[in-house]
Design a protein. Sequence first.
Length: 497
Amino acid sequence: MDSDTTQTTTPPPGPAPAGRQRTFFGHPLGLANLAGVEMWERFSFYGMQGILVYYLYYSATEGGLGLSEAEATSIVGAYGGLVYLSSVLGAWVADRLLGAERTLTSAAVLIMLGHISLAVIPSFLGVGVGLVCVALGAGTLKATTSAVLGDMYASGDDRRDAGFSIYYMAVNLGALFGPLLTGLLWDMRGFHWGFGLAALGMAAGLVQYLLLRRSTVGSAGREVPNPLPAAQRVRYAGLVLAVLAVVAVLSVVGVITAARLSGIVVVLTLLAAVGLFALMLTSRKISDVERSRVVSFIPMFVASAAFWSLFQQQFTVVAVYSDQRLDRTLFGWEMPPSWVTSINPIFIIVFAGVFAAMWQRLGPRQPSTPWKFAIGTTVMGAAFLLFIPYAGGGPNSTPLLWLVLILFLFTIAELCLSPVGQSLSTKLAPQAFHTQMIALYFLSVAVGSAASGWLARFYDPSHEVPYFLVLGGASVLVGLVIALTNGWISKKMAGVR
C-alpha cells in the first residue's frame, strides 16, 4: 500500500532538534507549506465573502439576487458560523477516520468545488451548493492545518505562539489580495467572474500543497488518535443521512428561512460546543490534568465567542455600512465597498511579524494567554465604541481614515487573541481529542460568526449609538472578567501558558 495512505499505529516522531533540520525562519519547514495552502484558501474564502453580501442584496438589474439586507446579512452570518461549525465534523473525521493530514487534503478539494459552483451555477442553487461545499471544506481545513502545524512543535516549545503568528501573517496575504482582485473583477465583469477567480486561487493552493506535501509535512498529522471501530461506521453514516433529511424537510415546510438562518446556527453551534465539552470532560480516555485543562478553556471559549461576534461584523454590518455610509472616494474614483475587507489583512501583514517577534523575544516572560484574551476583547470593544462619533450620519458621512483607525484596532485585538487561541487549543488538547480540541476553539468562532449575522438585525442606521454602545461595552466587560479571573484560569491550565 502507498505510504501516503498507510495508517500509523504509533505516534509520529517528535520534531528534530532545530539545529539538525531545514527550517523556515527558525521554524519547521512544514510551516511554509501549511501557510501557503491556507494563504490560497483565504484568498478564495475572503475574495468570495467580500462580494457575497452584495451579490445577495443587490437587485437583479445590478447582477444580484435581490434579497433584503436583513436576509443577506443573516445568510452571510450563518455561512460564517457553518464554516467553523463544520470544523467539528472535520476534526472528528481526522481524529477517528483519516488523520489530520489526509483530512486536510480532502477539504482543499471540496473548497475548490464549492467556489466552482458559485462561479458557474446561477441563482440560489449555485449559492446553496457553493456555500455548503465551501463551509464544510473551509472549517475542516482550518482545524486540520492547525493540528498538523501543532504536531511539528515539541511540547513546551516556546516557538509555538510565534510560529502560529508567522502562519497567521502568511495567511493574511491571501485575505488581502482576495477581496481586492475579486472586487475589481466584480466591478469590471460581474459577480460570477469574481467567484471564478476565487476558484482559481483555491486550485493554486491545492496544487502547491500536493507538490510539497512529502518533503515538508512528513509524518505530521498522519496518526489517527482515536480510530472508529468498523462496526460503528454504518451507524454514523445513517446519522448523517438522518440529519440531512431533517434539514431538507424543515427547509421545505418553511421552518428554516434565510432570515432565521443565523439564529439557528448560533443555537446549533452552542449545542455542539456544550456536547463536545461534555464529551471530553466525561471521557475515561483523558487524565485529571487533561480534564483540568479542558475546564480552563471554558472562559476562553466565552471570550473568543464575544470577540468574534464583533469582529465578523466586517462581513455584515460593516459591509453594509461601507456600501451606504462610508466616503470611499479616492482621488476622484470611488473604490468598490468590498475593498474595505482588505484593510484588516494589510494591518495583519504589517504587525503579525511584530507580534511574533515580541512573543518570541519575551519567551517565558510574555503575558499569559488569559491576559492576551483579555486585551483582545477589551480592544475589540473599544473599536466598536469608536463608531459612535459618526453615528446617525447620512451617505458618505464617515471618512475612510476613521474606519481605517477602527479596523486597526480590530487588527490589534485579533493578533492578541486569534493566533494565540489556535495555539492554545493545541497546547490544552487531550491526546484522545487532539483535533477535536482545536475544533472546539473554532466553535467559539462559529458562535461569534453566526451571531454577527443575528445581531445585524438590530442595527438601525438612524439609531446607531445604542447598537455600538451596547456591543462595545459588553466586549470590554468580558475582557475585564477574564483579566480578573486570570489566576484561576492559569491554575486550571496546569502548567500551560
